[in-house]
Design a protein. Structure first.
Length: 561
């Protein structure tokens, strides 16, 4: 049941008195407050950035704040107004930071676009968002040239380089970013408006139908940032040096760029560079203490460390999410390199932090092995996100570590409705948002994802977790990547088919795989077959695309079925 909500006027009636509201200052929670804070209190703290046009750049929070104001002035000069959407097609760079703050700060909406989407999806979302202006890195000029004629609302293209790097382009109404900034003086005061004003827009890369827009508010981003700086979650603080490898176009880079500004952390931005060697160089040279990325990035880095015998001396913690983190990865980071793994769960619709794997009092005295088991789970709900698991009848299931159902969430940085109400009413009658993940919660408060609802394998009426099988499989040294899908079976309806990419020079067959998995998963979960491929299909956010994999194996039948 939804709880009773009182309006201001009802409150007066209930109390019979005039003053029942608190009497503290009404200071709207706007993201420009982070920028002001950074500029005043951490002016010289460094921001480092790799550049898409080549080279590196270094400045500080005072310079970021000044250039963000210039960006806002430039936007006003071009006629951008409160509520207008402004697109960015850009890597994690200092310029992208300036634009983030400049656009949202002047009251428009920063629409971060994932360049890994198909061109048709890019056209769809830019038209759907009605982006009036597009900031783009030089990397993406050829991509946008191909589709520019189909972008119905974009009036200007601002290429994020200096004059000397401006490319020749067929795009019309093109502006050079550094000219755009240099034309302004920065004498600008951030406007004040309602904290519920839209701040950012990010489309989910839905596996079916068109992508849907998630519209963050200043308030939701502000509260999410306070959470990200809390010691119980990411714990970003003034002494942190953070490398958010997760892109700013993927759920706000998990909130890290806001949290870094709000706390005065040194920010290291890797631009378009994702190869393990350069990431390692950045971590070592810039003294990175904390970094955030999806498991595939860390897989590459760990392989590099093993091959070269190198270390990550200052790195203390990595936050890993977006897909399940295999046990072997957690163990290697912690045992071999002394880097704590913070396993996080979230989604675009939850801004994205929903749960994180830091230790709580209930597990403090468990054995190291038992703690490792818990670290493989997706963490415990953060303060501000309520979480429960419901069965198909909408009943809440107990936190017993076994009862599995749909993961439901609510909270002030959880979606209420999609942009332009796509998909209609998305909350259940009690106000819970259905994440589409199948999970269970344990007695210690930790949540475990067993599958996406649409990926779960139903064998003889029982569920098999493809995620558990995949995580166990990648622990084998011959396996680079693994995916498990349900395939039709005449007796059991569905049985698991494991598809793997082998490590170079290594090999494993079905029998060896099942022998390896025995004892790690239930016996009746063992895959009925193992297929090898050169590459697994991935989505625009780097997850294995089970939908595409199912398409590849749609005519596959088990040998003995
Ligand atoms: P996105 O909106 O692209 O960030 O995708 C969100 C989805 O990624 C979630 O609903 C989960 O299915 C998946 N996901 C995120 N974090 C994890 C995690 N730690 N383990 C397993 N799946 C995850």
């Amino acid at each position: 049941m939804r709880s009773q909500t009182y309006s201001h006027s009802q409150l007066k009636c209930v109390s019979g008195r005039d003053i029942v509201l608190g009497q503290m200052q009404d200071w709207p929670l706007l993201i420009t407050k982070f920028l002001d804070h950074g500029e005043i209190n951490h002016p010289n703290r460094e921001i480092f950035s790799m550049l898409p046009e080549g080279g590196e750049f270094r400045y500080n929070y005072a310079a970021l704040a000044l250039r963000a104001r210039k960006c806002a002035q430039g936007l006003e000069r071009l006629g951008i107004k409160l509520g207008d959407r402004v697109g960015t097609l850009a890597w994690n760079t200092h310029r992208h930071m300036e634009i983030w703050y400049g656009v949202s700060g002047m009251g428009a909406v920063t629409h971060t676009i994932n360049p890994r989407l198909f061109p048709e999806q890019l056209i769809y979302i830019m038209n759907h968002a009605e982006d009036r202006l597009l900031f783009l890195d030089i990397t993406f000029v050829p991509l946008i040239e191909k589709i520019a004629d189909e972008l119905n609302t974009v009036e200007h293209f601002v290429i994020m380089v200096g004059k000397e790097d401006m490319p020749k382009t067929s795009l019309k109404n093109v502006i050079c970013y550094e000219d755009f900034i240099e034309a302004e003086d920065g004498d600008y005061t951030w406007p004040t408006f309602d904290e519920n004003t839209a701040c950012g827009l990010c489309y989910t890369s839905g596996t079916t139908g068109n992508p849907k827009g998630v519209l963050y508010s200043h308030r939701s981003n502000f509260l999410h940032t306070l959470l990200a700086t809390s010691g119980d979650t990411l714990g970003i603080n003034a002494l942190t040096t953070i490398l958010p490898i997760v892109p700013m176009f993927h759920a706000n880079a998990w909130g890290v760029p806001y949290a870094a500004t709000a706390s005065g952390a040194k920010l290291v931005l890797n631009g378009p560079v994702h190869d393990p060697e350069t990431l390692h160089m950045l971590i070592e040279r810039e003294g990175v203490t904390m970094a955030a990325a999806v498991p595939t990035v860390w897989m590459g880095l760990l392989k590099f460390l093993k091959a070269t015998g190198k270390n990550c001396c200052k790195l203390k913690m990595v936050t890993i999410g977006g897909s399940a983190v295999p046990r072997s990865m957690i163990k290697t980071f912690q045992d071999d390199y002394g880097v704590r793994v913070n396993h996080a769960w979230g989604m675009t619709e939850s801004s994205p932090l929903g749960s994180l794997g830091s230790e709580n009092g209930a597990i403090q005295n468990l054995s190291e092995e038992a703690k490792l088991d818990i670290q493989c789970k997706q963490g415990r709900p953060v303060m501000g996100v309520e979480m429960c698991v419901k069965n198909d009848d909408g009943e809440m299931l107990p936190r017993d570590g076994e009862s599995s159902g749909r993961l439901m969430i609510k909270g002030p940085w959880v979606i209420d409705k999609y942009f332009k109400a796509d998909g209609g009413e998305i909350l259940d009658e009690d106000g819970w948002f259905d994440t589409g993940d199948v999970s269970c919660m344990d007695q210690y408060g930790y949540m475990q994802i067993t599958d996406r609802a649409k990926d779960v394998i139903k064998s003889g009426g029982e569920w098999i977790s493809s995620i558990d099988l995949e995580n166990a499989a990648v622990g084998h040294p011959a396996v680079a990547e693994a995916a498990v899908i349900g395939v039709y079976h005449p007796k059991w309806d569905e049985r698991p088919l494991m598809v793997i990419v082998e490590e170079e020079g290594e090999s494993i067959d079905h029998a060896e795989m099942n022998a390896y998995l025995t004892g790690k998963v239930a016996k009746w979960w063992l895959p009925d077959d193992l297929q090898k491929v050169d590459d697994l299909p991935h989505t625009a956010t780097g997850k294995i695309s089970k939908k595409d994999l199912r398409d590849v194996f749609k005519d596959y039948r088990f040998p003995d079925a």
